[in-house]
Ligand binder design. Structure first.
Ligand code: SAM
Length: 238
């Protein structure tokens, strides 16, 4: 298997290279080296670059949309945890959102480069005023799809990571149930096997159908999966 050195020219591939291996530089941790090696060999990373997407995550939404028919022309979409912007790009493309008539609003506490047809808020979604800011950005209109790819940086401690992501999913689901148009949909990143009973119960009460999905572009060695809820009934009281 060919090896390439790090430093100048690192990561350059030739036609003969089947797999790029990266040597661990003295100052780089093994985990960073493995991440870099995975990026260099990941066909979705190459496809994202070739097709002008800001992240490989774009393909997860493309695949979820192919299977569950979530996006339509003219619909309004909220993108929670939007950076660097792959999902927002896909949503803007399918809905036909433009800067003149924006239909997509994305929020992330990270700074993002502008995306045509997308209003971006740099803000923590867990702050109290974030939900109203998102609706204001949509001109006071209710969205038809709330999608959350939010994830906190992982600690490596599975139980802690699971609790953190579930907290984000729960507030995203609460928000969706408060603001969605009837007939609308909600999708959120979760950890496989970890969806809380209460959350599923709430979603089943408020949506006609719920699914767990692992799109092909979601790395098989990651515990990540997606929760898909379709056919919002309008807020149901307990
Ligand atoms: C996996 S990335 C999203 C990738 C994105 N869907 C794309 O297509 O490019 C997860 C994002 O969630 C964001 N995030 C995590 N917690 C958040 C919070 N409380 N408020 C806003 N963004 C948050 C992170 O900053 C990170 O950018």
């Amino acid at each position: 298997m060919p090896e390439i050195p790090t430093g100048k020219g690192a990561g350059r591939r030739t036609d003969r290279d089947l797999k790029v291996r990266v040597k661990t530089a003295r100052k780089r941790k093994l985990s960073s080296t493995l991440w870099l090696e995975r990026q260099l060999n990941d066909p979705y990373v190459a496809r994202a670059r070739a097709e002008g997407y800001k992240s490989r995550a774009a393909f997860k939404l493309i695949e979820l949309n192919e299977k569950y028919k979530l996006l339509r022309k003219g619909m309004r979409v909220v993108d929670l945890g939007a950076a660097p912007g792959g999902w927002s790009q896909v949503a803007a493309g399918v809905t036909g959102s433009t800067d003149e008539h924006p239909l997509i609003v994305g929020i992330d506490y990270l700074e993002m480069d502008p995306i045509p047809g997308v209003i971006l808020l740099q803000k923590d979604f867990t702050e109290d005023d974030a939900p109203q800011m998102l609706i204001d950005a949509l001109g006071g209109h209710r969205p038809d799809l709330v999608m959350s790819d939010m994830a906190s940086p992982t600690t490596g401690h599975r139980a802690t990571d699971h609790l953190r992501i579930m907290h984000l999913v729960e507030i995203a689901a609460d928000f969706a149930i408060q603001v969605l148009n009837p007939g609308g949909a909600f999708i959120a990143k979760v950890f496989q096997g970890g969806t809380e009973h209460q959350l599923l119960h709430d979603l089943k009460r408020n949506f006609n159908s719920t699914f767990h999905a692992k799109p092909p572009s979601s790395r098989s060695n990651s515990a990540e999966a997606y929760l898909v809820a379709k056919g919002f009934k309008g807020r149901q009281e307990e």
